[in-house]
Write a protein of this length. Structure first.
Ligand code: 2P0
Length: 352
């Protein structure tokens, strides 16, 4: 009898926010970066993608693979998502080849249903959570035995930052050296439990779609910024080493300084691009000054800002300093004057 069963698996993946930033590709086809990066996975936040993957020989083959993203049909013909499907199917086909009792899922059309519970493409790492959830959902559906680092090789091809969302805690994406990308993968530097006091706060400045997408933005920077060369050769390797040590030592002062300097360095290469790219706005810069004021008032560094390819601020702090840090930002959101009007919402106390 023909197998018309619907096979199904669901998973969720969280966003991650880099403290040493990925910006630049050395190979656009394989999505290989010009530098390593390091991020913090916000596993306890509600910033997540929930994805269900299913397959069945009863799905009409003329429709091919389909994706429903936030309730809307979404194109899956792009090279990146196709690379993920191809790699995952190949892994499943290898299992089927060694065990003939396994159903031939690799030959069936795939249906993916994915929901973000946060604005898509607004600089809140939606592609990171999205591709991590997609890869893990299909890997679960196919009952692959690959470990998260092996899956990160596949997620990387969907979106670079996605490879880091397959792990919790503190995660490094090693740029690797191989031309085929086989060593450009993510690994955990430390689990969340290593430094349980760490918290993040997100100041949503704008939920609008970003002006310049990450892929085209980084290509523009690689092609035109001279500052970028120094960032890749000197700044990032030094920051990676300092950041890993700060995490091992649970040294918040060092963690914070590298985080803020690396964000500044990344945004400097953006504004050094030609034409320049500006992701931060006046509200973002006011958030920088607010962090500086909090640190000055505390007499030591208790808060660290970082900004991705958008104006929203992520502030890292330790739980014991929640009152000073969150209090400052809570007081300005929804305020009646100045930069305060620009910040639309605040999520605080996000644990790893
Ligand atoms: C990061 N960003 O490390 C950096 C910091 C934005 C600024 O990774 O082209 O969406 O899909 O590989 O991963 C955003 O870039 O780019 C990003 P693609 P991605 O988190």
């Amino acid at each position: 009898m023909a197998d018309t069963k619907v096979y199904r698996a669901s998973t969720t993946a969280p966003v991650n926010i880099a403290v040493v930033k990925y910006w630049g590709k050395r190979d656009t086809k394989l999505n290989l970066p010009t530098n390593s990066s390091l991020s913090v996975t916000l596993a306890q936040s509600d910033l997540r993608t929930l994805t269900t993957a299913s397959c069945s020989s009863s799905y009409p083959s003329e429709q091919g693979d389909t994706l429903l993203l936030n309730g809307e049909p979404s194109d899956v013909s792009g090279a990146r998502i196709q690379a993920c499907f191809r790699a995952l199917r190949a892994r499943r086909a290898a299992l089927e080849a060694t065990d003939s009792s396994l159903p031939k899922l690799s030959a069936m059309p795939l249906r993916l249903v994915s929901e973000n519970n946060f604005p898509t493409a607004a600089g809140l790492a939606s592609s990171a959570a999205g591709f991590a959830a997609l890869v893990r959902a299909i890997a679960n559906l196919y009952e692959l035995t690959d470990n998260p680092s092996q899956l990160s090789l596949i997620a990387r091809q969907g979106s670079g930052s996605a490879c880091r969302s397959l792990f919790g805690g503190y995660v490094a994406w090693r740029m690797g050296q191989a031309a085929d990308g086989s060593d450009s993968l993510a690994e955990q530097v430390a689990p969340a439990s290593h430094w349980p006091e760490m918290r993040a706060l997100i100041l949503v400045v704008s939920a609008a779609k970003k002006d310049v997408g990450s892929t085209s933005g980084m290509q523009q920077t690689v092609a035109t910024s001279s500052l970028f060369q120094q960032r890749v050769r000197e700044v990032v390797p030094a920051n990676m080493a300092k950041m890993e040590k700060a995490i091992q030592d649970k040294d918040f002062g060092a963690f914070a300084e590298v985080t803020m300097r690396d964000s500044n360095s990344f945004h400097s290469t953006c504004s050094d691009s030609y034409p320049p790219i500006y992701y931060m706005n006046d509200v973002s810069r006011a958030a920088v000054r607010a962090v500086e004021a909090v640190n000055e008032a505390a007499g030591k560094t208790v808060a660290a800002y970082t900004f991705d390819a958008g104006p929203n601020a992520v502030i890292y702090y330790l739980e014991k300093d929640a009152e000073a840090v969150v209090g400052t930002f809570a007081a300005v959101v929804g305020g009646a004057s100045g930069w305060k009007e620009g910040a639309t919402s605040l999520k605080s106390g996000i644990a790893l």
